[in-house]
Design a protein around this ligand. Structure first.
Ligand code: 0O2
Length: 236
């Protein structure tokens, strides 16, 4: 059977809610003559995102050539949309400025790495720490320390050096990149839970929240079992 080409990386303006094309927003803002919250960096952010994703893709190819298996399932990459960034500034009591969007808020550029197995997350974290132009600013391990609602994911905030101007006008520039690493199971759960947050009209919220927590814990158990099965297969 001929193989169907599969594009592993999706570029989006948001993680949730369908595929948005970043160019559509840039174009719309130009038409409406709305100045981007990202100012002159609006054109640079997609390049930062693509450069960082290229690092991850090259890491994946290298691991694949050594072990025969890629290290992640797929990447979802997005530059945070104007609307989300403006909303986030307001929510955090910050003015809607380029400096706040790119210096006080650290997730204008975001990459979600989805893996098949839990252990792969921690291997990728090590690879990311070793990328030459990357400095780790902070890390949150919601896998070993799941959030009370059951959310599991590994978060990294990176300072990434690129050959373009940044928010302070420096070249080379420094941009924050937020990386979220999760298994397929953790990602499925997070998507459903995220939807629920925006459906405030659902009755029985309390029951749904506790059922979601139960599902999260069951999925975490499945992730561990799947990993054990992989170990057994590999030791054959
Ligand atoms: P979006 O649209 O997903 O990008 P921050 O608000 O980022 O300054 P915080 O909350 O301390 O600071 O950061 P944290 O805990 O690292 O979480 C940031 C992101 O993780 C969120 O981004 C979500 O994407 C995801 N996340 C965290 N907790 C949960 C959760 O309980 N459920 C789900 N589904 N996702 C979660 P944003 O900003 O919400 O927006």
């Amino acid at each position: 059977m001929p193989s169907i080409p599969f594009r592993q990386m999706c570029l989006r303006t948001d993680y949730q809610g369908g595929i948005g094309i970043k160019r559509q927003l840039l174009l719309r803002d130009r038409i409406m003559n709305v100045e981007s919250i990202y100012g002159n960096c609006a054109q640079i952010l997609p390049k930062v995102l693509e450069r960082f994703c290229a690092e991850l893709e090259s890491m994946d190819r290298r691991v694949k050539s050594e072990t025969g298996e890629g290290i992640y399932e797929h990447l979802i990459a997005r530059v945070k949309s104007e609307e989300s960034m403006r909303e986030k500034c307001t929510r955090k009591g910050l003015p809607q400025t380029k400096s706040c969007a790119l210096r006080d808020i650290t997730d204008a550029v975001g990459v979600r790495v989805i893996t098949r197995f839990r252990d792969d997350i921690f291997k990728i974290v090590e690879y990311i720490r070793a990328i030459p132009d990357v400095e780790v600013v902070s890390e949150k391990d919601y896998i070993r320390n799941a959030k009370p609602n059951g959310y599991r994911s590994y978060h990294m905030i990176l300072s990434y050096t690129v050959p373009w101007e940044d928010a302070d006008g420096s070249v080379p520039g420094h941009y924050f990149v937020e990386v979220q690493l999760r298994t397929i199971a953790m990602d499925t759960w997070a998507s459903l839970e995220h939807q629920l947050k925006y459906k405030k009209d659902i009755g029985n919220q309390k029951l749904i929240v506790s059922e979601l927590k139960r599902c999260a814990d069951e999925l975490a158990g499945c992730d561990l079992s799947m990993q054990t099965i992989r170990g057994l297969i590999r030791s054959e």
